[in-house]
Write a protein that binds this ligand. Structure first.
Ligand code: BGC
Length: 735
């Protein structure tokens, strides 16, 4: 331990010396060059700035980093150009590696539903290994924006609505991407994004404004970023939104005061695509020069694609408006990461054809994709049909009809950010293929598409109905197309698109038992299905191995254990909806209570499915809650809460046991429940175990009205269960 601390300190000293010497040789133009990031050849998520001759600019040391350049061949060519610059400073190549790379994994929201931090770390680890083999040094992930609004298409990229869960997932992903540390050949720099509060866009409309108290910002939206920084996060990305009127890119409160000040973040901040220039249309900067000034003063270090730094920073320094010390600080942060990545020793160390080739179809990685796919699925409903739960399917089901536009689809399983290899259809396992393979010929498989994802064509209904009638059981696969959730994919209507629900109603009317698979990047609204279909699996977008993962769950080769990372609304009118809301002065007693209480007269308050919810093929009893003490000391106190968990059903399985608290009275009102811990455990059928959570006084701190992070003495309820509806209750006081 001491030895490794010593080695780290020596490395840091050497890096510092090297970078300081390099910096002292650099002209102002060369310094500004390091702050520019240019797009490569891939279609972009924003306006591309015409550049004239990019190659000459790279040769002249005017570019510090590129994004969207992929493959050993292309990165090597550009790196060779960069090394022709006067000081031979290598480029960093960045890419959106969001849910896998050559092998795609479930979208991050789906992976979060596994509540399995080890698996999420491994998923990021594999993605990093694959990306690094393709010449990439830096992923623009993890996306750790908390969001309570499923209309916002980017919920697919994050960890859902909860700050505690979101923070744990952020740490797992940073560890996964950065592996044993930058400098290792399979580690890429992680980038926390989007800093900050991007997920709270008004109305769920992407890029929209955010207006909230600083208390709320600090308590709900910033902690995952802080957790990521504490875990060694190398870089951070600005968000597009303004926060209380100040665009995040020019926001010195979050960048200088919090991130680089209070949190002591040593890495660098990259703007989002064009977000420096966008401060002009925001109405925060007069022109692009003013935008460059405001971004640099606030603490944004690298300019992705707006060219404001390239065009104006020199002038701003010469006019004395931007101190040279700020430029030096930004450049130094970037050069330090290049040093840590080992690029000054060997700029081509990530350019190795053999490594790249080995990742083309890595079977170990595919096997893992299948596993994490199955663990991301959430069983929402499993009613009995003819006296027996409909799922899992078995060899008793002699004929199975597979119906719906997702059954034979391939790319639809991929998810929005699978941009590196968009047309990878030959490698993606369709649901049809996965299910057919899993039946091992014990059942006849029938198929009809029925309808498309998003149009009004009903011409396939008759065939689908006929097919359903011939089967013992019907599996219907519906949802959103892979580009209906993601960046700039906000939707005001999050029902099943097109005529899919109509198709489902007709199939159900045939009287055949129906299992519904829902493929989506967000919580959808499917109230009719939830009330009328006996079995529902939420299958998200699961990536390359989607069909196999789904088949494993359908046939019980894997007993589902996923839990929802967001509350599922009954209809759009309930949004934003989240479990950790305040009580209000007029709380409704229950969903029926409408008597001058905080409720809708035409709708329940409760979600269709709550945060943390998900079923299993077995059942778990959670009982005998015991607290080690009924009192916790205000400063540095700790108590333990233990429960007995019994697998009381007929299958072995995993359960996510969740711990929530409620602070009953505070100087500011506190949520009705707050997640403070969870454990995912495996129990054989009939097995019982005791699990113990520890809770410390630090875990009970919150932001008071002066935005100070404090403990306040008082009474607390504590709940343990398997969803945010947990009712098993204890009580303690903090004193
Ligand atoms: C997105 C970022 C992404 C960047 C580069 C932007 O439009 O908001 O999340 O990393 O593009 O592709």
């Amino acid at each position: 331990m001491l030895l490794s601390l010593f080695a780290t300190a020596c490395f840091a000293q050497k890096a510092e010396k090297f970078v300081n010497e390099l910096l002292s040789k650099m002209t102002l133009d060369e310094k500004i060059g390091q702050l520019n990031q240019y797009n490569g050849d891939w279609g972009a998520t924003g306006k591309i700035t015409p550049d004239g001759d990019k190659e000459t600019q790279i040769k002249n040391g005017m570019v510090g980093s590129m994004l969207n350049v992929m493959g050993v061949d292309k990165t090597r060519k550009l790196q060779e150009l960069a090394l022709q610059s006067r000081l031979h400073i290598p480029l960093i190549f960045g890419q959106d590696v969001i849910h896998g790379f050559r092998t795609t994994f479930p979208i991050p929201l789906a992976e979060t539903a596994s509540w399995d931090l080890g698996l999420m770390e491994k998923s990021a680890r594999i993605a990093a290994t694959e990306a690094a083999a393709y010449g990439i040094h830096w992923t623009f992930a993890p996306m750790i924006d908390i969001s309570r609004d499923p209309r916002w298409g980017r919920v697919m990229e994050g960890a859902g609505e909860d700050t505690y869960l979101g923070s744990e997932v952020a740490v797992a992903r940073v560890k996964g991407f950065q592996g044993n540390g930058l400098g290792n050949i399979d580690a890429v720099m992680a980038c926390g994004k989007h800093f900050a509060a991007y997920g709270a866009a008004v109305g769920g409309r992407d890029y929209n404004s955010v207006d909230m108290s600083y208390r709320q910002l600090n308590e709900t939206y910033l902690p995952p970023f802080k957790a990521a920084v504490d875990a060694g996060l190398a870089t951070m990305m600005n968000s597009f939104n303004d926060i209380n009127g100040v665009p995040a890119t020019g926001n010195s409160y979050i960048l200088r005061d919090k991130l680089k000040g209070e949190w002591n973040f040593k890495g660098f901040v990259v703007s989002d695509w064009g977000s420096i220039g966008e401060m002009v249309p925001h109405g925060f900067a007069q022109d692009r020069k003013d935008a460059a000034l405001k971004a640099m003063i606030a603490g944004s270090d690298m300019d992705m694609e707006s060219r404001c730094y390239r065009d104006y920073l020199k002038q701003l320094v010469n006019e004395g408006k931007v101190p040279m010390a700020l430029i030096d600080d930004a450049v130094k942060r970037i050069l330090m990461t290049k040093y840590e990545l080992g690029l000054f020793d060997d700029p081509f160390r990530f350019c190795n054809e053999a490594r790249e080739k080995a990742q083309e179809n890595n079977l170990g990685h595919r096997k893992f994709a299948r596993e994490i796919g199955a663990k991301s699925i959430v069983l929402l409903k499993n009613n009995a049909v003819n006296g027996q739960n409909l799922l899992p399917l078995s060899s008793q089901h002699k004929s199975i009809a597979l119906i719906g536009p997702f059954m034979k689809a391939t790319v639809a399983n991929h998810g929005f950010w699978s941009i590196a290899f968009p047309d990878d259809s030959a490698r993606i396992v369709s649901q049809y293929d996965g299910i057919k393979h899993c039946t091992k010929n014990h059942s006849t498989i029938l198929y009809a598409k029925g309808c498309n994802i998003n149009d009004n064509d009903r011409s396939g209904f008759a065939e689908a109905l006929e097919t359903a009638k011939k089967a013992d059981v019907v599996v219907v696969s519906l949802g959103e197309a892979h580009d209906m959730s993601g960046e700039a994919k906000s939707r005001s209507n999050i029902h099943l698109p097109g005529v899919q629900e109509e198709l489902l109603k007709e199939i159900c009317a045939s009287g055949k038992p129906v299992v519904l698979l829902i493929n989506a990047g967000r919580p959808l609204v499917f109230d009719w299905a939830a009330d009328n279909v006996p079995a529902i699996l939420y299958t998200w977008w699961l990536g390359t191995e989607a069909g196999n993962s789904i088949a494993d769950v359908l046939f019980g080769d894997y007993n589902p254990s996923g839990k929802l990372p967001m509350s599922f609304p009954r209809t759009e009118g309930q949004i934003p909806i989240y479990y950790n809301h305040y009580n209000t002065g007029r709380p409704a007693k229950d969903d029926e209570d409408k008597n001058y209480v905080s409720a809708y007269i035409d709708l329940s308050n409760s979600p269709k499915y709550p945060f943390g919810y998900g079923l299993s093929y077995t059942s778990f009893d959670i009982a005998n809650l015991r607290l080690s003490s009924s009192k916790m000391a205000l400063n540095g106190g700790k108590i333990e809460a233990s429960v007995e968990v019994k697998n009381s059903g007929n299958y072995d399985g995993e359960e996510v046991v969740q711990l929530y608290i409620r602070d009953l009275v505070g100087s500011v009102v506190r949520p009705v429940k707050e997640l403070k811990g969870f454990k995912k455990i495996f129990l054989k059928k009939g097995e019982t175990t005791t699990i113990t959570f520890s809770l410390t006084s630090d875990d009970l701190k919150f932001y008071n009205n002066d935005v100070q992070f404090v403990n306040e003495a008082g009474e607390y309820d504590l709940f343990v269960g398997n969803s945010s509806n947990a009712t098993l209750k204890g009580h303690f006081s903090l004193e």
